[in-house]
Design a protein around this ligand. Structure first.
Ligand code: HEM
Length: 156
């Protein structure tokens, strides 16, 4: 009886471990899957310092926002993103983590996707596709995305 019980406990333990590891195995978002043009010759590549100019503080410049390393001109969404509007914190930077977590906390205003949950990664992909790709023009790419692509594909 004692042996049976410990076997059952062991199976349960293994099942729980597998379930808790599953999100890491099936996580949907991978930076390397983000699509970029084949020819980068006429493509604008932004550093963190370069995109910061487009944060809405200069009314003569458009509003740029990075998500998953893709930079969008979100000027059409001025009522969301303009200076002193609700989501202005997301502008002038890559806000991938903030969008994934639906957070405007300063610590989340970054491209860092480490330790996001499967749910957050799914939500990120959904918002990326249904809001940003659907509504706003792409004006360039963040340097960190291009670096990762170049690391994987020496031809770029
Ligand atoms: C009480 C909290 C919140 C409420 C009531 C709220 C409400 C809304 C509403 C009504 C829209 C407009 C939908 C539309 O017209 O298409 C929207 C869009 C959006 N919200 Fe929120 N929101 C909240 C918090 C947040 C937070 C914390 C974030 C952080 C990232 C966020 C990110 C966004 C984004 C990225 C959009 C899309 C804007 C666009 O279309 O360009 N929201 N939200």
């Amino acid at each position: 009886m004692a042996v049976k019980l410990s076997k059952a406990a062991k199976s349960l333990y293994l099942a729980l471990i597998s379930i808790s590891l599953l999100p890491n195995v099936i996580a949907s978002y991978r930076l390397e899957d983000v699509e970029i043009p084949e020819n980068l010759n006429n493509v604008k590549i932004f550093t963190d310092a370069e995109i910061l100019r487009f944060d809405g503080s200069d009314p003569n410049l458009p509003l740029y926002m990075g998500i998953k390393g893709v930079v969008f001109d979100v000027s059409e969404g001025f009522d969301f993103y303009g200076k002193e509007k609700s989501y202005n914190a997301l502008i002038g930077r890559d806000s991938t983590r903030a969008v994934a977590k639906m957070s405007l906390e300063p610590a989340d205003l970054t491209s860092d996707t480490s330790s996001l949950s499967e749910q957050e990664l799914k939500s990120l992909d959904e918002i990326f596709n249904t809001v940003y790709l659907a509504k706003y023009p792409v004006v360039g790419y963040m340097d960190y995305l291009i670096r990762e692509k170049r690391r994987l594909n020496k031809d770029l």
